[in-house]
Design a protein around this ligand. Structure first.
Ligand code: HEM
Length: 473
C-alpha cells in the first residue's frame, strides 16, 4: 500500500477535478509539475555537461603539462627555471634580475650551443607552457621536410593571433587547402610575371633616394627603417596590385588602397598581369577558383609577408653596409659598373651583381628578418634522440640555426664569401634557413632566381648614397 496507494488516490483526485474529458485545474497543475521537472532536468544536464567539459579540459591540460615536464627533463634549457615565471624573467623581468636585455638571452643561448652542443632546448613561459626550440639542422630537417601544420588549432597556439588578421591564407593554412592554394598561386612568381617588376623597383628607389636627399639637404637624421618600410610597401602594392598611390610621399595613405579598390578601381594601373589577376583568375583542376574569403586572406598574407620581411632585411643590409666599409666599396663598384652600361637596373643586371647577392645572403644569415617559425606535429618525431609525441609544438630558431657555431665556426665574422659555391656546396642545405626550408619554403623563391638580389638594397651606385655609422647624439 503506502506510496502506491497514495499515488492512486492522487490520480483519482485529479481525475475527479478534471471531470470527464474536461481540461480542469488538475491537468494544469500536472502539466506545471511536469514542466518543472523538465526544467530541473535541463538545468541538471547543462550543469553536469559544463562540469564534464571543464573536467575533460582540465585532464587534457594536466596531461599536456605532465608530458611537457617529462619532455623538458630530457632537454637542456638556458638556465634554471623559476617555479612560476619559468624563463620569462629573461625576457621581461630583467630589471629585477641581472639580465640587461634580450641580447643577453641570445648570447646565453649561443654559449649553451657552443659549450654543450645542444641541438634542441626548452624554455618555460610561466609555470605551464613550455616551448621546444630547434637549434641545429640535424634536428630540424625531418620536420621541415614534412607537411606538418602550423600551430593554429587552439587560441593559445603560436600562430592563432594572426588568424583574424590574415585569415587562413598560405602562411596559416595546411593540408589540402594549403596544397591547392600554393599550386594556384605559384604562377605569380613565374619569371614573366617578375621581370617587369625590376622597372618598378627603379621607380620606387628614385622616390626613396629623393627622400634621403631631402633629409640630407636639411642635415636631418632619418630613421631608415620607416623609409624602407614605406618603400617595400610601395613596391608590393605596385607590383602585386598595380596600385600607385603615393605610398612613400603622402601621409596617412594606408587606407587609400582599400578605397581605390572599392570606389575607384580606375586608380589601379592594370597594364600587366599582377598577383591580383592571378588570384582572381586561378582555377583548380575542377575549374573552381578561390573564394572571396580566400582572396582576402591571400591579399592580407602577401601584403604582410611581402613588405615587413623585406623592410627588415633591407634595413639590416644598410646597417651592415655602414658597419663594413670594405664590403660597401666592393658592392658600390659592382653596381656602378653595371649601371655604367645600362643607366638603370634591368632583370639581367640583377643576376650580374654577384657580390651584392653574397652580401645580402650574409646579412640575412647574421640577422634574419623572421626569427623563427613553428610546426604542430601530428605524429611522433625523434629529434636529437628524444621522441616528441603527436600534439607537440616545435619551434625553429632561424637565427640560431644560421649562426650555430658547430656549423659556422666563424659565425660572428661578417664574410659574404662563405656563400661562394665552393664553400656552400659542402654545407647542409638546412643550415641556412632565413626563408624556412622544405615543403613550406618561402613561396617567392623560384628555382634559378635569387630573390635576395634586390636592387633596393644598394640603390643606384652612380648617384647613390654612402653609408657610414655614427653614434647618435
Ligand atoms: C627577406 C624577405 C623574406 C623573408 C626573410 C621571408 C621569410 C619567410 C619564412 C621564414 C617563412 C616561413 C614561415 C613559417 O613557416 O611560419 C615564409 C613564408 C612565407 N612568405 Fe616569406 N619571407 C620574405 C619575403 C616574402 C615575400 C616578398 C613574400 C611575398 C611576395 C613572402 C610571402 C610568404 C608566404 C606567402 C609564406 C607562406 C608560404 C607557405 O607556407 O606556403 N615572403 N617567409
Amino acid at each position: 500500500m503506502g506510496r502506491k496507494g497514495q499515488e492512486e488516490r492522487e490520480k483519482g483526485r485529479e481525475r475527479r477535478e478534471e471531470g470527464v474529458g474536461g481540461v480542469g485545474k488538475g491537468s494544469v497543475k500536472r502539466r506545471e509539475r511536469e514542466e518543472g521537472r523538465d526544467g530541473e532536468m535541463l538545468v541538471f544536464i547543462i550543469i553536469s555537461s559544463a562540469i564534464g567539459i571543464i573536467l575533460y579540459k582540465l585532464v587534457l591540460f594536466l596531461m599536456e603539462w605532465r608530458r611537457d615536464i617529462e619532455l623538458c627533463r630530457k632537454i637542456p634549457s638556458i638556465g634554471p627555471a623559476h617555479w612560476f615565471w619559468g624563463h620569462i624573467n629573461q625576457f621581461v623581468f630583467y630589471i629585477f634580475q641581472k639580465f640587461t636585455s634580450i641580447t643577453d638571452k641570445v648570447e646565453k643561448e649561443r654559449e649553451m650551443i657552443k659549450n654543450q652542443g645542444a641541438k634542441i632546448f626548452h624554455t618555460w613561459l610561466g609555470p605551464f607552457h613550455a616551448i621546444i626550440g630547434v637549434l641545429h639542422p640535424d634536428a630540424a630537417k625531418e620536420i621541415m621536410k614534412s607537411t606538418e601544420p602550423k600551430p593554429v588549432f587552439k587560441d593559445t597556439d603560436g600562430y592563432s593571433f594572426m588568424k583574424s588578421w590574415l585569415g587562413m591564407g598560405l602562411l596559416l593554412s595546411h593540408g589540402k587547402k594549403w596544397e591547392r592554394n600554393r599550386r594556384l598561386l605559384t604562377p605569380a612568381f613565374h619569371f614573366d610575371v617578375l621581370k617587369p617588376y625590376v622597372q618598378i623597383y627603379n621607380e620606387v628607389i628614385d622616390i626613396f633616394l629623393n627622400k634621403i636627399k631631402m633629409n640630407q639637404d636639411k642635415e636631418k637624421t632619418v630613421e631608415m627603417y620607416d623609409l624602407v618600410t614605406l618603400a617595400t610597401l610601395d613596391t608590393m602594392l605596385r607590383c602585386a596590385f598595380s596600385y600607385n598611390g603615393g605610398i612613400q610621399t603622402e601621409r596617412y595613405c594606408s587606407k587609400k588602397y582599400t578605397r581605390a579598390v572599392k570606389d575607384d578601381p580606375e586608380q589601379l594601373n592594370r597594364r600587366r598581369l599582377d598577383f591580383l589577376d592571378i588570384l582572381l583568375s586561378a582555377k583548380d583542376d575542377e575549374g573552381v577558383g578561390l573564394s572571396d574569403e580566400d582572396i582576402r586572406a591571400e591579399v592580407s598574407t602577401f601584403l604582410l609577408a611581402g613588405h615587413e620581411t623585406t623592410a627588415s632585411a633591407i634595413s639590416w643590409s644598410f646597417y651592415y653596409l655602414g658597419k663594413y666599409h670594405d664590403e660597401q666599396q666592393k658592392i658600390y663598384e659592382e653596381v656602378q659598373n653595371t649601371i655604367d652600361r645600362t643607366d638603370f637596373f634591368t632583370w639581367e643586371n640583377v643576376s650580374e651583381c654577384r657580390q651584392l647577392s653574397l652580401f645580402v645572403k650574409e646579412s640575412l644569415r647574421h640577422t634574419s628578418p623572421a626569427p623563427g617559425f613553428a610546426r604542430y606535429i601530428t605524429k611522433p618525431f625523434v629529434l636529437d634522440g628524444v621522441e616528441f609525441p603527436a600534439g607537440t609544438t616545435i619551434g625553429f630558431c632561424i637565427n640560431h640555426i644560421n649562426n650555430n657555431p658547430h656549423i659556422w665556426p666563424d659565425y660572428e665574422v661578417f664574410r659574404p664569401e662563405r656563400f661562394l659555391d665552393t664553400e656552400a656546396r659542402q654545407r647542409d642545405p638546412f643550415a641556412y634557413v632565413p626563408f624556412s626550408a622544405g615543403s613550406r619554403y618561402q613561396i617567392s623563391l623560384v628555382d634559378g632566381f635569387e630573390y635576395e638580389q634586390d636592387p633596393l638594397t644598394v640603390t643606384k651606385a652612380k648617384y647613390g648614397i654612402k653609408l657610414h655609422m655614427e653614434e647618435r647624439k
